[in-house]
Ligand binder design. Structure first.
Ligand SMILES: [Cu+2]
Length: 546
């Protein structure tokens, strides 16, 4: 979720008018932020005819230009080629022709791709960031282990030397002044950029191998357009944007990762498919501790993980289809699990998300860090915000300050109505407003059965909107959405409390990767959707994705 969004805003009659003029069509765009001094994504992929919205989210002026002079944000704004966008300015550009478009900022990068530069892939083109990319997925170890710091002084050095199929094995940072952090930990003071596919980066100790952004570098590990990269058994902290970040690729795995106190997201996969995030932990992020964004079908699983003290435990903007959040703990976040439909990323609306067997506890932690939109979501265990056809089953949801499960429309540039969701067999208690609330207007078709609950809003959801038999087509209430309207008023940027993400307490020690350094090299991913699927009706998984 991007900061200004997730407006859970509904005004009775006005909303109906909005609904009447929205519909399935979307003006969705993909957002590329300009920061000081980098683009927020190294690689962005869009379909032919899609729109990019550039926003200057930094404090310095920036622009984006084709190295050959074919286009620039300045010219698109009706000004000169090298004209800049000032902080806060936004500009949309549509790309009607297929191609691989490199671009750079003329103030902070060079036409040959140094510094502030990135790539836009338009259309269904194969694009891998590295010439090392093999034709086929690499599923066996080369036998090569590249040791940090024994063979390479930095993780980046080892990653740059690695070939597909290699293992980069990282021991704790040397105990010298160069690696000493203010809190006494010895850390790697680097951002690791990965463009070589099919490598595994493993720490020998999850708690002691720490990549530290020192509150200046944007990412801990940044994997862009490199398929099949696995990261295991280490910690990323104090990055200004993301702890661990995969973007525009197929096949990813994060196992036994700890991300804490990073400026936006902890563990984040964007525009990527076929992924597994497991046995991982995230705390102290003002947006999602875990975030899977813009994929359909995502073919992704989050399993056996813990997310606490974040704005959102999980955020999933427009991430749909074969996506499973299972057997994980989401506690003491502003809001727990929030799949949502927004126009600020491609592929809305969100649909077919499966949320099974989780513990969601203490949602509404007002002391957790949050941006404006996350503050608006405060107090709900699960929010299906403009979501369709999702399954919420056999979760235990306790002590949410507002609702255990809230189904609500989401107003962005379009008005995204929810519908067709199944809320079944959950145990929900201690909710401040209602165990389950169905906010409207909606598309209808949501159903509720066999939940252990005391209260629903509107009352009698299980009676009147059961999953078998009688179902009234349009039945929802406005109080829960009006409640979030109150929140919106409070969320005036001058008034809402901005809790500091840099000072959330450190997590406790976390479980180590079984086998540690001695563990065999496993294929980074399954690269097959069938082996990661879990039947929503069955607790048993027939094959393990690792
Ligand atoms: Cu710039």
């Amino acid at each position: 979720v991007r900061p200004r969004l997730l407006l859970l805003l509904v005004l009775g009659a006005a909303a109906v008018t909005l609904a009447a003029c929205s519909g399935e069509g979307s003006d969705a765009f993909v957002h590329v932020g300009m920061k000081d001094n980098f683009f927020t994504r190294d690689v962005t992929r869009i379909a032919v005819g899609d729109t990019v919205r550039w926003t200057n989210d930094g404090e310095a002026p920036h622009n984006a230009l084709d190295p050959e002079g074919a286009w620039s944000t300045g010219e698109a704004a009706g000004k000169g080629e090298f004209d800049v966008m000032l902080p806060g300015e936004a500009l949309e550009m549509t790309f009607p022709e297929e191609g691989i478009y490199e671009y750079y900022c003329s103030l902070h990068g060079t036409p040959d791709g140094e510094g502030m530069a990135a790539v836009l892939v338009v259309g269904d083109l194969e694009y891998q960031a590295s010439e090392k990319a093999p034709a086929e997925p690499v599923t066996t170890w080369t036998g090569v282990t590249r040791n940090v710091p024994a063979d390479y002084p930095t993780i980046q050095n080892a990653v740059d030397a690695a070939e597909p199929g290699d293992l980069v094995l990282v021991a704790p940072a040397p105990q010298d002044d160069e690696h000493l952090a203010p809190d006494g930990e010895y850390v790697y003071k680097e951002q690791v950029d990965v463009t070589t596919p099919y490598i595994t980066i493993r720490g020998t100790d999850r708690d002691q191998v720490i990549i530290d952004g020192e509150f200046t570098r944007p990412n801990g590990i940044n994997i862009a357009a490199a398929d099949g990269v696995a990261v295991e058994n280490m910690t990323a902290r104090h990055a200004t944007i993301n702890g661990f970040f995969w973007t525009s690729l197929r096949g990813y795995r994060g196992s036994y990762l700890t991300a804490y106190n990073n400026g936006v997201y902890g563990i984040y996969a964007f525009d990527s498919t076929d992924g597994l995030l497991e046995h991982s932990y995230a705390s102290g992020h003002p947006d999602g501790g875990f975030y899977i964004g813009q994929c359909d079908p995502c073919e992704a699983v989050i399993d056996h993980s813990i997310s606490e003290w974040n704005g959102l435990g999980y955020s999933g903007t427009n991430s749909s289809g074969d996506i499973y959040l299972v057997r994980s703990v989401w506690r003491d976040n502003q809001a727990g699990i929030v799949p949502n439909s927004l126009d600020s990323e491609l592929l809305p609306p969100v649909h077919d998300v499966t949320i099974v067997g989780n513990l969601i506890e203490g949602s509404g932690n007002a002391a957790a860090p949050a941006l404006k939109a996350q503050f608006v979501a405060q107090g709900h265990g699960i929010i299906l915000a403009g979501g369709l056809d999702s399954e919420v089953e056999r979760n235990r949801i306790v002590n949410s300050t507002k609702t255990g499960v809230l189904i609500t429309p989401n107003l962005d540039e379009n008005f995204w109505m929810a519908g067709g969701n199944r809320i079944v067999d959950n145990v929900i208690e201690g909710s401040g407003y209602a165990d389950i609330a169905l906010g409207g207007p909606g598309k209808g078709g949501d159903c509720f059965a066999d939940n252990t609950i005391r209260t629903t809003m509107p009352p009698g959801l299980e009676t009147w909107q059961g999953c078998d038999g009688l179902r009234l087509p349009f039945r929802w209430e406005l109080a829960s959405t009006l409640m979030t309207l109150g929140r919106l008023a409070e969320a005036n940027p001058l008034e809402f409390p901005v809790n500091d993400w840099t000072t959330v307490r450190k997590p406790a020690e976390q479980p180590q990767l079984p086998g540690g350094a001695e563990r065999g090299w496993s294929p980074p991913t399954t690269c097959s959707p069938t082996t990661t699927s879990i039947s929503p009706r069955s607790r048993r998984r027939t094959t393990r994705p690792t």
